[in-house]
Design a protein around this ligand. Structure first.
Ligand code: C2E
Ligand code: MG
Ligand code: MG
Ligand code: MG
Length: 275
């Protein structure tokens, strides 16, 4: 590319790259200090069943940087994965989420996202077990969300770790289902309990008819495999109705509530209006 450009443009191009690299460095060094500086927190987004009864919450990491302001997980999670910071950040979310869930007025579940990189550590299940023991949360109330990309690494080690996590009593959810590489084959072979239909398919549900083909198929397949099916990114009643009609078990999205502060999450469980 650079060759094809004139001399001036080439310099411009490298300057742009320099800026991007600098921004990334600045973000990385700020992220390294974030945990100690108490800038990380956890938001809780509720999931409900077709009757509107709360089933649990997904724990979502938040970073409000003193220098840079609030940064989206879409920006800092990939960076943390690259650098390895995700390890200690996940311990933080897991510990926080378990502590919080223990204090909830109802024994609903809490779901924590596990990035693919974590499956490089053969002791992952032992770390989760230690945090459960430390916080006193029953493993049955913990869900761990993985994405299909977790399967791109050492598959046999990943499978072993997933089995160990389930042996603790935690449930495994396949997140963003339908957007990854594996889909149908893995859905049957993987030791999982829950499948989360990706938001992109939920968006389609509004139109009904042929747009329902994929979400309907995921639900049908999930039911055959005795998996619990969760729809993510439900934004309007029409989507919820369509998905419920085909047997979707749980619903998560802005229609129900945005990710909530710990206080609002508790209020949600007490049946108060929040958000
Ligand atoms: P995800 O696990 O698929 O989480 C759902 C994302 O969709 C959240 O974005 C949530 O705020 C957003 N969302 C929920 N309902 C709706 C809706 O109705 N409409 C729309 N447009 N969006 C909705 P968030 O919190 O920005 O997180 C983005 C992603 O970052 C997550 O996607 C997850 O992959 C990752 N992430 C967040 N926290 C963690 C964490 O603690 N560990 C890891 N490894 N990844 C995390
Ligand atoms: Mg998730
Ligand atoms: Mg998801
Ligand atoms: Mg998603």
């Amino acid at each position: 590319h650079a060759k094809a450009l004139g001399k001036g443009q080439f310099q411009f191009f490298t300057r742009e790259m320099n800026t991007a690299a600098h921004q990334r460095l600045a973000l990385d060094s700020a992220l390294r200090r974030a945990q100690e500086a108490n800038e990380l927190s956890v938001a809780y987004q509720p999931k409900i069943d077709p009757y509107g009864v709360p089933c649990g919450f997904e724990a979502l990491m938040r970073w409000n940087s003193a220098e840079l302001g609030p940064i989206s997980p879409e920006r800092f999670i990939p960076l943390a994965e690259e650098t390895g910071l995700i390890e200690s950040m996940t311990d933080f979310v897991l510990r926080r989420a378990c502590q919080e869930a223990v204090s909830w007025p109802l024994p609903v579940s809490v779901a924590v996202n596990l990035s693919p990189r974590l499956f490089r550590d053969p002791h992952l299940a032992a770390r989760v077990e230690a945090i459960l023991a430390e916080t006193g949360l029953p493993a049955a109330r913990l869900e761990l969300e993985i994405t299909e990309s977790a399967l791109l690494g050492d598959l046999s080690q990943t499978m072993t770790i997933i089995e160990s996590l389930r042996a603790l009593g935690a449930r495994i959810a396949l997140d963003d289902f339908g957007t990854g590489y594996s889909s149908l084959t893995y859905l049957r072979r993987l030791p999982i309990d829950i499948v989360k239909i990706d938001r992109s398919f939920v968006t389609d549900c509004e139109q009904g008819g042929e747009a329902m083909a994929i979400p309907r198929s995921i639900i049908a397949l999930g039911r055959c495999l005795h998996l619990r099916i969760v729809a993510e990114g439900v934004e309007n009643p029409r989507q919820l109705e369509q998905l419920a009609a085909y047997g979707c078990d749980e619903f998560q999205g802005f229609l129900i509530a945005k990710p909530l502060s710990p206080e609002d999450a508790r209020a949600f469980l007490e049946g108060k209006r929040v958000g």
